[in-house]
Design a protein around this ligand. Structure first.
Ligand code: HEC
Ligand code: HEC
Ligand code: HEC
Ligand code: HEC
Length: 293
């Protein structure tokens, strides 16, 4: 018994050690080229987005120099702070902008598993190894929010504050439907795998809600990072908007009420599961955007 406890203690210590290393260095990706041969259509969509083009441009942006100087760094492509959101690391170097694995999670562990045709549980096994599948709508939204809400847990509060003081953007009204249904959209689902399908309004209403759920959790987590006025103000805007939206469905969806009472990833995920495949155009239809980024 004591031995088991000791071993568990060591395992925890090892994990803590590992996670602090992982925090210091961006996680390696296999890279979008490793997805291209099987997911050509999705790759071509990605090539047409600012996520792709920013790699050649963002470090030349006028603001980049000032931001870097203020946090005591020199080159954007060498900065682990910037890499958290701006780059895909392959073999320890920034090799692309945000890419497949920024949204679907680093694939090293799940790549072989997810398309293993001999395994009837290929997708559930890949998900267990960290894959973010299109059905995991809360996790997808949560990923967008951590970058676009300047809320990544790895980003220290004082760094976020310095970035804002030096004109780094933070749009508190960043909304999932508006940003996911324009250039970024890739929906080549069967039976029409050659057609990049538009969402129905019902599907958009679900995305709208799950986006607000993810914004609520992300902003609630992030707001205590720093007491920098601009940062907390932006996070408060995200929280207020998300709450008022989720309240519109709280009577109908108990998971929304639970999430409002306790904004955690677990409750966000349960909310995403509860609303997936349903129709909330009656509640939030009038809020849906009519043009997309
Ligand atoms: C050798 C071919 C192959 C490669 C390489 C490959 N995939 Fe896949 N991928 C598949 C197949 C086949 C499926 C469908 C599996 C199924 O549903 O049983 C799939 C499914 C997926 C899905 C789930 C679709 C959904 O509805 O969400 C995602 C996401 C995905 N792949 C991402 C990637 C990413 C990211 C990479 C590169 C890191 C990659 N794949 C590399 C063949 C491949
Ligand atoms: C937590 C995520 C995150 C981190 C960390 C981050 N950025 Fe950004 N950055 C973004 C997002 C998201 C955008 C796009 C915002 C938009 O268009 O509204 C952006 C945009 C920019 C822009 C474009 C500004 C403009 O007005 O066009 C510059 C320059 C920039 N970042 C520099 C940096 C530098 C330098 C670092 C590292 C010190 C850094 N960023 C770290 C998320 C981040
Ligand atoms: C900005 C985040 C983001 C990036 C980058 C991204 N995806 Fe996706 N991906 C999503 C979202 C969101 C969905 C769910 C779409 C839906 O169901 O509406 C999705 C769905 C998919 C699907 C299932 C739908 C389909 O088209 O078959 C596959 C496969 C996939 N992604 C693969 C990729 C690959 C490969 C790349 C890189 C070339 C990539 N994704 C880049 C967010 C992203
Ligand atoms: C790893 C961080 C990261 C993740 C995750 C991420 N993005 Fe981005 N995104 C960025 C950065 C950085 C930019 C700015 C690129 C530039 O303009 O140079 C950006 C730009 C964009 C743009 C272009 C905005 C414009 O004004 O033209 C869209 C659209 C977008 N992201 C949508 C999404 C969506 C939808 C998701 C989730 C499904 C997502 N992003 C996930 C980092 C991220």
């Amino acid at each position: 018994m004591i031995q088991r406890l000791l071993r568990a203690g060591f395992a925890v210590a090892a994990l803590i050690g590992l996670s602090s290393v992982a925090q210091a260095e961006p996680v390696d990706f296999v890279g979008a080229d490793a997805c291209k041969k099987c997911h050509t259509a999705e790759y071509e969509v990605w090539e047409g987005t600012p996520h792709h083009s920013s790699f050649k441009e963002i470090h030349k942006n006028k603001k980049a120099k000032g931001i870097l100087k203020a946090i005591g760094e020199k080159r954007m492509k060498r900065s682990e702070t910037c890499a958290t959101c701006h780059y895909s690391y392959i073999d320890g170097k920034a090799k692309a902008g945000p890419s497949c694995e920024s949204c679907h999670s680093p694939a090293q562990e799940w790549l072989e598993t997810h398309n293993d045709k001999k395994n009837p549980n290929n997708i559930t096994d890949a998900i267990a190894k960290g894959m973010i599948h299109s059905t995991m709508i809360y996790d997808i939204a949560s990923n967008c929010m951590s970058c676009h809400g300047l809320a990544n847990p790895k980003l220290p509060g004082d760094t976020a504050a310095t970035m804002l003081d030096n004109d780094h953007p933070l749009n508190p009204n960043w909304e999932l439907v508006e940003y996911s249904q324009g250039v970024v959209r890739h929906r080549f689902y069967p039976p029409n795998v050659t057609e990049n399908q538009e969402m129905t309004d019902a599907q958009k209403s679900v995305y709208y809600l799950v986006g607000q759920a993810a914004a609520l959790v992300s902003a609630t987590e992030a707001i205590s990072k720093t007491d920098h006025a601009k940062y907390t103000e932006a996070q408060n805007v995200r929280i207020a908007k998300a709450k008022s939206t989720l309240e519109m469905v709280a009577g109908k969806v108990p998971e929304a009420a639970a999430l409002l009472a306790a904004p955690t990833h677990e409750n966000g995920r349960a909310f995403g599961e509860a609303i997936r495949g349903k129709d909330f155009t009656g509640e939030v239809g009038s809020l849906l955007p009519t043009s997309y980024k």
